[in-house]
Design a binder for this molecule. Structure first.
Ligand code: SF4
Length: 306
């Protein structure tokens, strides 16, 4: 019996490591938990997360935004230039029930759609607030919208998004069960004068991230997932607040600390590769799968294998 199990694990691991493109992610990754044995990372904490006592609330204060001259919106109004937009509410009561979360996130999305706190607001086609289950246990956070997302106003809908969908399914979840968002809500472009161009994507810079981070922080605080999975080095460095490379950050859990929000309970964050990077480097999928399995182990997810 033991030999049979070992042979099956070895076979599944071999299949996963052989995956060459995104279409093979599920068939390679999902069939087995065997790839967990290749994890060289620190093991996650085994203790259950402490719960907020029932009825207890925390007040979340949003400090007034500081916008440098370079970050001052390009648009102006009759009321005068550089009107700084604030997050939708000065204080938010946490934790929230489903209706409260839905309303809060909808209000935040409306604010994001008209936001001009940084120059990206002047060149986007659509802001991309994020979408998903307001009660998700897992929240995926990328760096910013790309070409397809800018057109549709939805996160991770291009090729990288299709691979993310497969990664989610491989974990034993659906896109409807998780929440997906980005650090920056508007499309950062290398050539903002030509948003119609393909291959015009870039990562958000430090100023853009600083301007926008209150939105993702509020989304995380409202949803209060058990785990945040940062996709790529930009999101990982911003949320873990560590300048190390993604290679140094991934493979272990961190306690999530947010600048503008006190969380109702601890949230763990894990960094892994951005799906776009996995498309360019299929050989990294085995490490991404190892990362995802760390979260699966904590949540008791068996993966997509029948
Ligand atoms: S990227 Fe963020 S801060 Fe900048 S305009 Fe868009 S929503 Fe506002």
């Amino acid at each position: 019996m033991a030999n049979d199990s070992l042979r099956r694990l070895a076979s599944d691991l071999k299949t996963f490591l052989a995956a060459q493109d995104e279409d093979e992610f599920i068939t390679a990754a999902a069939p087995s938990r065997a790839a967990a044995v290749v994890s060289g990372g620190e093991q996650p904490a085994s203790k259950p997360l402490p719960k907020m006592p029932e009825g207890e609330t925390l007040t979340v204060e949003f400090p007034r935004a500081v916008v440098s001259p370079r970050q001052t919106p390009q648009t102006s109004s009759a009321a005068g230039p550089a009107a700084i937009q604030q997050p939708p509410s000065a204080a938010t009561q946490l934790p929230m029930n489903t209706a409260q979360k839905t309303a809060e996130l909808a209000q935040l999305a409306e604010t994001i759609k008209t936001c001009t706190r940084c120059p990206l607001g002047a060149t986007r086609l659509n802001a991309v607030p994020g979408e998903g289950n307001v009660n998700a246990d897992v929240m995926f956070v990328g760096e910013g919208p790309g070409f397809d997302e800018d057109r549709q106003g939805r996160p991770f809908v291009g090729r990288a998004g299709q691979l993310l969908d497969k990664m989610i399914v491989a974990m034993g979840l659906t896109r409807e069960q998780v929440f997906i968002a980005n650090i920056a809500k508007c499309h950062p472009m290398t050539d903002p004068l030509h948003p119609e161009k393909h291959g015009n994507d870039r990562a958000p810079n430090a100023e853009e991230i600083a301007c926008c981070r209150k939105y993702i922080e509020k989304q995380i605080a409202v949803i209060c997932p058990k785990y945040v999975i940062a996709l790529g080095g930009v999101a990982a460095k911003a949320l873990i607040a560590d300048a190390k490379s993604l290679g140094a950050l991934r493979g272990k859990f961190y306690d999530l600390h947010l600048d503008s929000v006190s969380l109702p309970r601890p949230i763990k964050i894990l960094a892994t590769f951005h799906p776009a990077a996995l498309l360019r480097n299929p050989g990294w999928k085995k490490d991404a799968w190892t990362d995802l399995q760390m979260v699966m182990d904590q949540l008791g997810l068996k993966g997509a294998r029948k």
